[in-house]
Design a binder for this molecule. Structure first.
Ligand code: PXL
Length: 271
């Protein structure tokens, strides 16, 4: 059995965070493990406002010992880290256990917020984790934060940002254009491997709420790498997976709707 881990927040509503990661690992036929960094909750009496409850350093370290020392993994990803000690411990374990297939999802905002949760934490993520990342998966906002650029709203600007982020140490930079680019009928993402740019296009799937798509894409890329795919092939497969996931998205309540990680089974993802 191929083993894989996520160092990420728990989303009590189940659509994002490590819950999305685990569901994705499962669909790829892998054995998933989790180190919980924060617990995110949503308040049904206050417009689904997010609460974030950090896990203390000792408890996080004990989880990482279990996973990396106690079991071992073929690949790992990190998502919402939330604290400086989570950034530092992630750096420590990914490097001490020489995890080559490490995917950094630099989660800086939750859907709907355009403010970085903590700019200093984002800088720590850039400095300590980019040099370890086989792939980093920022959206346009996160790419601006990681590159120090202002607004990114064109493919040319995405390329500029990708070069800067690669210069900060990431082996491959995968910037998700999403719905914020001028032509919203197309989901346009950019992969830069330090030498070549590759534009990856798929039809844009319009959903009402989608929640957890970024987590799912990064988890799917990590899963592909764990299975031995190249970075490019892992990304192309992850894009198929997220398209089918989003085609099956559904409402949880009037605020939020996750994707459906099992939806690909109805189609032919792996053919
Ligand atoms: O989608 C970003 C995200 C990541 N991780 C956790 C979250 C969210 C958004 O809600 O709760 C734990």
């Amino acid at each position: 059995m191929i083993k894989i881990a996520t160092i990420a927040g728990s989303d009590a509503s189940g659509g994002a965070g490590l819950e999305a990661d685990l569901k994705t690992f499962e669909e790829y036929g892998l054995y998933g493990m989790t180190a919980v960094t924060v617990i995110a909750t949503m308040d049904p009496d206050n417009n689904w406002a997010h609460g974030v409850f950090p896990i203390d350093e000792q408890t996080l370290k004990a989880q990482l010992e279990t996973i990396f020392k106690g079991v071992g993994v073929s690949a790992a990803k990190s998502g919402m880290l939330g604290t400086f000690h989570a950034v530092e411990l992630t750096r420590e374990y990914i490097s001490a256990y020489s995890i080559k297939n490490y995917v950094l999802d630099p989660v800086m905002i939750c859907k709907g917020n355009d403010e970085a949760l903590n700019p200093e934490l984002n800088q720590a993520i850039a400095e300590k984790l980019l040099p370890l990342a086989k792939v980093v998966t920022p959206n346009l906002f996160e790419a601006a934060q990681l590159s120090g650029m202002e607004e990114i709203a064109s493919v040319e600007r995405m390329k500029e940002a990708a070069k800067i982020i690669a210069g900060r140490g990431a082996a491959n930079v995968f910037i998700k254009g999403g719905s914020k680019l001028p032509n919203p009928t197309e989901a346009l993402d950019l992969l830069y491997d330090g030498t070549h740019f590759e534009l990856i296009k798929r039809p844009f799937i319009k959903t009402t709420w989608t929640h957890g798509a970024g987590c799912t894409v990064a988890a799917a890329i990590t899963s592909g790498l764990a299975r031995g795919l190249s970075v490019y092939d892992a990304i192309v497969l992850a894009k198929k997976f997220i398209s089918q996931n989003l085609e099956g998205s559904f409402p949880l309540n009037s605020w939020v709707g996750p994707g459906n990680p099992t939806n690909w089974r109805k189609n032919t993802l792996f053919t």
